[in-house]
Design a protein around this ligand. Structure first.
Ligand code: ZN
Length: 409
């Protein structure tokens, strides 16, 4: 596949390259060169549109529970209707996969789903039953026994004590996990949890990280308060999820930058609790979320100033609106280019993948071509409307332009 006359944003933050040619050979980008002379017969002329890496959501919950995605799933069941069959949920997952691709989200990191649904969707995609984004899943979230366990049920694997933590890590790998996620603190969405102190002991968190790293997988840590942040950074997790309190301790951000830890600020989740679903959450949580939202934005800027790698994680719905998080990161003070780098190269680092999130020879061919200039207005990257071409693993999977001319070949 030869994409002709593109304006290339490569995901590194370098200025765009005009009139470029991107050659894709099977699943990989083979060459990024100059347009010279007339377009060859087999080329796809993208007409100067912007070409960039497929977007990566580094904090998603792949789920058939679409209660936080109004209008996306089936209408809510009414009293008196026959109970919904559980299997309907798998069709919701399939619809999610399509919606993500159409919105240019070519990879997602699932940080907790019910009943291993993310792994089911990952496998269905891998087996060629449907097109979907690349999925990396943590299987179940490892948590100390906690009030959240009663709410999140099969999304959690509760464990206590160092030995049981090691067992919990091993269980997730047996379930098919690509990485491990732990709860370093309680959750802002649980009334009975205080998200400020560390929820695991030093020994417990150490055991999770040690076991995961020895077995060759990465660790994502849910972190809200500073107690958990200190512990997670000290024990060497790979990514900090939310991390809203970090602005209060700049030394922690410096340590993260030094060690190459990635911060996934998930601004959208605070908007959800503070503004969007205020009727659905206990009032005390809504008030807490308003404070946390301000802190999350302060941490976004403090982390950038400290040189911490940032990733885009929507942690919200509906599937396909993921780049709203990118828009919010830019509204919060990042430049459009910094936002794009977070949603591509930064998120790839969160996933621990060095061959996605980049337009360069040798990289996996996850490529978007979009209408409009995302450096002028990042909104063009939000949702399917401006997606002209979406390529995953070297194959056209979505985009308005895909039916035209040589693209069928
Ligand atoms: Zn989350």
């Amino acid at each position: 596949m030869l994409l002709w006359n593109a304006r290339v944003i490569d995901g590194t933050g370098r200025p765009p390259r005009e009139r470029a040619v991107v050659r894709i050979d099977e699943r990989r980008i083979a060459e990024v060169g100059e347009t010279g002379g007339p377009a060859p017969e087999e080329a796809i002329d993208v007409g100067g549109r912007t070409l960039l890496p497929g977007l990566i959501d580094a904090h998603a919950h792949v789920s058939s529970d679409v209660s936080r995605s109004p209008g996306f799933g089936p209408p809510p069941p009414l009293h008196g209707e026959a109970p919904r069959r559980r299997e309907i949920g798998y069709f919701v997952l399939a619809k999610s996969a399509r919606a993500l691709l159409e919105a240019g989200i070519t990879s997602v990191r699932d940080v907790g789903s019910y009943d291993d649904e993310a792994i089911v969707l990952r496998e269905a995609t891998r087996l060629g039953l449907l097109d979907g984004p690349r999925i990396l899943s943590c299987a179940r979230i490892i948590s100390a026994t906690s009030p959240g366990g009663a709410i999140f049920k099969t999304m959690y694997r509760e464990a206590d004590g160092a030995d049981e933590m090691r067992r919990a890590v091993r269980e997730q790998l047996r379930r098919g996990a690509d990485f491990i996620k732990l709860m370093a603190t309680g959750a802002r969405s649980v009334v009975a949890e205080d998200p400020e102190p560390a929820q695991m002991t030093t020994e417990e968190l150490h055991a999770v990280v040690d076991e995961a790293h020895r077995l060759g997988v990465r660790v994502a840590a849910h972190v809200e308060g500073l107690g958990g942040a200190r512990l997670a950074v000290a024990e060497g997790v790979d990514t900090i999820e939310h991390g809203l309190s970090l602005h209060r301790d700049p030394a922690l951000l410096e340590a993260m930058a030094e060690r190459g830890m990635v911060l996934v600020p998930t601004l959208s989740t605070f908007h959800d609790l503070a503004e969007r679903f205020t009727d659905a959450f206990a009032p005390v949580l809504v008030e807490q979320a308003k404070r946390q939202r301000e802190e999350a934005y302060a941490t976004l800027l403090a982390a950038r100033a400290a040189g911490v790698t940032l990733a885009m994680g929507h942690d919200s719905g509906p599937p396909g609106d993921n780049a709203l998080e990118l828009v919010r990161m830019v509204a919060g003070g990042l430049s459009a280019m910094e936002g794009i780098v977070a949603a591509t190269q930064g998120s790839a680092r969160a996933l621990g993948l060095d061959d996605v999130g980049a337009i360069r020879p040798g990289a996996t061919a996850d490529v978007l071509v979009v209408d409009g200039d995302p450096l002028d207005d990042v909104e063009v990257l939000r949702g399917p409307e401006r997606m002209w071409l979406v390529v995953r693993d070297g194959r056209v999977v979505a985009g308005r332009g895909r039916g035209s001319g040589t693209m069928d070949a």
